[in-house]
Design a protein around this ligand. Structure first.
Ligand code: C5P
Length: 205
């Protein structure tokens, strides 16, 4: 069983994917981490994230980097968003995601293009979304909780910028697969969303 969990930044897809993985005892790959590692590696190499050749070279990152907390930072998220537009980067990361998706016993992957490009044959495709304002509010709360001082408007502008990059890139843009279940979490709490998701998954079992 392959479960694809796609959606824009701060939609809550990561939380849903983690809960599903624990509940169903399936391995989970947060594919955003791969792009984050490439973004961080470009920076470590002194390269330019907007130059495809630099970003492709950075795909040869050491796997230890994936466990580094720095990958979770907003700065690295911004770099990831920039390197992810390059077809050469997406091609380099494809095989690794494909192997994970097709492992015996099944898998859950969360990202932007799992249901459309990485595993179009997925048994369950979820597209988790929420309004920009709500996603900005959640991200802002999370950052404020971590002691990061930032304006809500700034967070919202950053999210809108990342959405635009994800949606408008020509290679594997962010979009729901035609057969995806679209879940708008704007006015639901986490438990309500999880119930809905679980029902959808159980229907396919
Ligand atoms: O999901 P996360 O915020 O960690 O992803 C970081 C960036 O990597 C995103 O802004 C997106 O541009 C890119 N990404 C992607 N395809 C994926 C996962 C992430 O383009 N499957």
């Amino acid at each position: 069983m392959i479960i694809a969990v796609d959606g824009p930044t701060a939609s809550g897809k990561g939380t849903i994917a983690r809960r599903l993985a624990a509940h169903l005892d399936l391995p989970l790959l947060d594919t955003g981490l791969l792009y984050r590692a490439v973004g961080q590696q470009v920076w470590l190499n002194g390269g330019n994230p907007d130059v495809e050749a630099d970003a492709v070279t950075a795909c040869e990152f050491d796997d230890e980097l994936l466990a580094d907390d720095i990958l979770r930072s907003e700065d690295v998220g911004g770099l990831a968003s920039r390197v992810s537009v390059h077809p050469g980067v997406r091609k380099k990361l494809f095989e690794r995601q494909r192997i994970f998706a097709t492992q015996p016993g099944g898998a859950i992957l969360d990202g932007r293009d799992i249901g459309t490009v990485i595993a179009p044959e997925a048994d369950v495709k979820l597209f988790i979304t929420a309004s920009v304002q709500e996603r900005a509010r959640r991200r802002w709360l999370e950052m404020t909780d971590r002691g990061i001082e930032v304006q809500l408007a700034e967070v919202e502008a950053d999210i809108a910028r990342r959405d635009a990059r994800d949606i408008n890139r020509t290679d594997a843009p962010l979009k729901a697969a035609p057969d995806a279940l679209i879940i708008d979490t704007t006015s639901f709490d986490r438990d309500q969303v999880f119930e809905t998701v679980l029902e959808a998954v159980e229907q396919t079992l």
